[in-house]
Design a protein around this ligand. Sequence first.
Ligand code: CO
Length: 136
Amino acid sequence: MLDRIDHIGVATEDLDASLALYERSLGMPVAHRETVESQGVEAVLLDVGEGHVELLRPLGSDTPVGRFLAKNGPGLHHVAYAVSDIERALGLFKESGIELIDNEPRVGIRDSRVAFLHPRSTGGVLTEIVEPAEGH
Ligand code: CO
């Protein structure tokens, strides 16, 4: 049901510094940059093969990523798996007892549809599932 790892999300307070690392030093091309108000982040997607790294800078301290940074500092934030039918995936996960943060998909970066699973029920890993928009 999970097709592949779509991206890993990395929380940062300084997008320019993170881009210096991921784009210039590690050589990943920037694919997309977008402010996602509903998630309280400015996000940059970089290509690495079929997958991506998603850099996340919070728009404020009172946002999920802002709170994460205050608690944990910068670093790995979540792992995202691609699915072709997000409603079906959420239904199956719920049936199997996984705690959902989002019962309904919401709009993510590049018009994808996304939902998060609670790290309490995924071994401490904040897990995102993403149904990419056509063409991505
Ligand atoms: Co993500």
